[in-house]
Ligand binder design. Structure first.
Ligand code: LLP
Length: 413
């Protein structure tokens, strides 16, 4: 469900024609729909009810400060993976008690900063990290709240690059190692065990892997109680629900959450760390056609957005729908839609049938997650602007970069 649609052959973000925004702000341009983001957040909030479960939006997915601030206002918590993300959510007004910290490579500086800010939980991913956190907590004369990230060795049946819960992945500890880590934490006065955590992957489109992961974690929770008298307050079940890019048919948020909640004991809290399912279809990328090039065997539509703006097609062969901002303009053509970057992997769509002509605006759909946040300055291309639409109003939420922004840290002698 989203608030992007054609009205009389012209494409709209909520009540604003996208062509108008391309003319106002230039292209390439990321455009987000506030109503779509709110709709998704409310679905999660409603599915959780008043049960004290925690929704921790995964900041890596889209970390624009305006978006984070809107989430703070709606009462969302945050899953962060770096000091930078923590600084941004604090800037947006988040409380430490609403933040969980994931990631395999948390540095001493990052752990210190997070502990100073009294975050809710450290999702610890290795034994050396646990030792480091214990030392830091002793120095700050505090108890660091911890959950051990367990790698449940479950195939989430997603793209191999975004699968995280199999034994060959770098994330978390296997069940035996996790038990040892819990033993260590129980005996340390500077660590406080509060939870258990896992993350099995992203863009997951069936419920079964979550059910399997929940079962494995709950078995471990029972074992920790029986063998070590350890009480676990919360289960943080990472593994993001998939969205529809092409013809995928993921379960709805409430069906998914209910299938997990029925398994969890009444006195245990659930934490979820969704990102894609909140942001993906709340964002589009507008680009302008520079040239249409017809070679002997192949046609190319060359746009002003490239793999530096949206890397998902190049990196994961990801599919995104690409449609014209105005229907029935120009000629029907089958072509690869490519960018200006000097790489053959710089495409946003292969063999697409589309009707368009030079200077037309194209819309790449479902790019609100892992879109702008993965953009780069490759080929010295300033990153695009970002705009938020709310019904019939629109405002810039990030200015387009300038060449000066790109070179300001360089030294010329
Ligand atoms: N929590 C943790 C610990 C994660 O590693 C991730 C994503 C999430 C939460 C959010 O998962 P989501 O709800 O978005 O599925 N760049 C790739 C996706 C990488 C996912 C990394 N981890 C892409 O564009 O598909």
């Amino acid at each position: 469900m989203d608030y992007f649609n054609y009205k009389n052959d012209e494409y709209y973000a909520e009540d604003v024609a996208v062509k108008k925004m391309a003319a106002t702000y230039g292209t390439p341009l990321f455009v987000y729909s506030q109503q779509t983001i709110k709709h998704h957040l409310n679905t999660y909030i409603k599915a959780f009810g008043n049960s004290g479960h925690k929704l921790c939006y995964s900041v890596k997915v889209n970390s624009n400060l305006s978006i984070l601030k809107m989430m703070v206002k709606m009462g969302t918590g945050f899953d962060i993976v770096s000091k930078g993300e923590l600084q941004k959510v604090i800037m947006a007004g988040a409380k430490g008690s609403d933040i969980v910290f994931s990631g395999v490579g948390k540095t001493t500086d990052e752990l210190e900063f997070a502990l100073e800010n009294n975050i809710y939980c450290f999702n610890v991913e290795s034994y050396p990290e646990l030792l480091n956190l214990q030392k830091i907590a002793a120095k700050q004369n505090k108890q660091a709240p911890v959950a051990i990230r367990v790698n449940p060795d479950i195939d989430a049946k997603t793209h191999p690059y975004i699968s995280t819960g199999m034994s060959e992945n770098k994330f978390g500890l296997n069940i035996d190692e996790a038990i040892e880590a819990y033993k260590f934490a129980k005996n340390s006065k500077n660590l406080k065990i509060i939870g258990i955590d896992c993350h099995i992957g992203s863009q997951i489109t069936t419920i079964k892997p979550y059910e399997d992961a929940t079962d494995k974690l709950l078995n471990l929770v029972q074992k920790l109680k029986d063998d070590l008298d350890i009480d676990i307050e919360h289960i943080d079940l990472g593994g993001g629900l998939g969205v529809c890019y092409d013809d995928e048919n993921p379960p709805s948020v409430d069906i998914w959450i209910n299938s997990i909640l029925t398994k969890i004991p009444k006195n245990m809290k659930l934490i979820l760390e969704p990102g894609r399912s909140i942001m993906a279809n709340a964002g589009i990328l507008l680009s302008q056609i520079i040239y249409i090039k017809k070679n002997k065997n192949k046609n190319f539509i060359i746009t002003d957005s490239g793999m530096n703006d949206l890397i998902r097609p190049s990196l994961y062969q990801a599919y995104h729908k690409i449609i014209p901002a105005i229907k029935n303009s120009g000629e029907k053509i089958t072509a690869d839609i490519v960018g200006p970057i000097c790489e053959s992997t710089d495409f946003s769509g292969k063999n697409r049938n589309i009707q368009c002509q030079p200077n037309d605006i194209l819309v790449t759909r479902t790019v609100g997650a892992y879109g702008f946040c993965m953009a780069s300055n490759y080929n010295i291309r300033p990153r695009s602007a970002e705009v938020m639409v709310d019904k019939n109003s629109h405002k810039i939420i990030r200015h387009r970069e300038s060449i000066d922004d790109l070179i300001k840290n360089e030294i010329i002698e």
